[in-house]
Write a protein that binds this ligand. Sequence first.
Ligand code: PMP
Length: 295
Amino acid sequence: PTYYNQDTILYYNGEYLKAAEAKTDLYSQTLHYGYGVFEGIRSYRTESGETRIFKAVEHYERLKASAEALNLPYSWSTDELIEATYEVLKRNDLQNAYIRPLVFAPANMGFNPNTESNIVIAVWEMGLFLGEKNLRVMTSPWQRPNPLGFKIQAKATGHYVNSILASQDAKAKGFDEALLLDMSGHVAEGPGANMFFEKDGIVYTPSLGNILPGITRATVIEMCEELGIKVEEKKITPAELRSADSAFFCGTAAEVVGFESIDDYIFPQPWENSIGKKLQKLYKAKVTEAGVAVS
Ligand code: PMP
């Protein structure tokens, strides 16, 4: 994809600048050590034509919590960042967009803390995805980072080395995506999405602790409650997943996308009749709903 061109504007430390002209410091501690935090957010054109950032408050609150977890200075309010994001979208004439805020450190080649951070908010066009094709997923030989070694609940840049290793490996082996286990061998999540499965009409998902607490995951749990579907958060073994009726990933970028298979196990429930499909439809309705404060 083309992330920016000569006209693209981004928000950078309180200013609106041309992306092509914005500068950063090659001595940034984030660039060298992966010590930064970020978000992945989406905006949608609603049915009534306005632009709405989906779950804006939740995403910026998580950004702040991620920064605090890593001891990165964070001096912005959620309100000002949401306002800046709407302004960047407007200046780039975008409605259906992916929004990437990044909090990064100044020049610092040591491991000592900083007195300030930088923030950039970049946006680029991204239409509805909503799983046009179900995924052939591979159980990755790469485990998720050990929560005793990382603040796994934070969306930290350095954690994504693990995501890249797993995703590239699965694709090199002919699959669409990886599913990672945690250090105890339980099912954790995808490289950039949380996982759910359906068995005998009940929906299961890994409990919090060894995964990113996804905002879409929380939305899916809420939607199940709305639909009167029972959801259970628990430790899940790979064997349980291999006996499930259907399964899906969910995340801001991925939205809701079904699994065709995990390794050589093909999910028996036709996707069209699955709970995942119902949730996929309801999710689409929610993100593009007119005139309702989705926050
Ligand atoms: N897990 C990981 C590792 C992720 O990178 C993401 C994407 N942020 C998710 C889960 C899903 O989170 P969310 O629904 O908040 O986008």
